[in-house]
Ligand binder design. Sequence first.
Ligand SMILES: [Zn+2]
Ligand SMILES: [Zn+2]
Length: 152
Amino acid sequence: MAPEKERCADMGKELEILREHLARHGMNLTRQRVAVVNAFLKTDGHVTAEEIYQQLRDEGSRVGLATVYRTLSLLTDCNLAIPRSFGDGTVRYEKAYGYESHDHMICDSCGSIVEFHSDCVDQLKCELLTQHNFVVDRHRLVLYGICGNCRE
Ligand SMILES: [Zn+2]
Ligand SMILES: [Zn+2]
């Protein structure tokens, strides 16, 4: 993951990418969309549309839930957000711009999400792809179990 300082400097870049994407599709970067993007960029980890909506409400913003959903889907379209489903029927979004690809471990007991990046997984993936003559454009690996805290 990129260091904190770099992330802050990049914030404007994300809005710029979204603005260009919207312009190509004849849409505008409205104040409401900017508010959703800024709220999303402030989050860490994996957040639901409802959580962003709630955060905006707490800050006194009157952005509707539908706008939050639409903006997150726009961010996904231009690769600034990645939607993740971890099997509980909820879609969670995480920031994608400037972040290294990673996989997840989910605790079945407390629901905590651990991110990891493994060169081993990358290498195994390479081997399997060669072995099966497969070209991949994305992958998803989620390990389920019980975290250290819950086992204590
Ligand atoms: Zn746990
Ligand atoms: Zn993640």
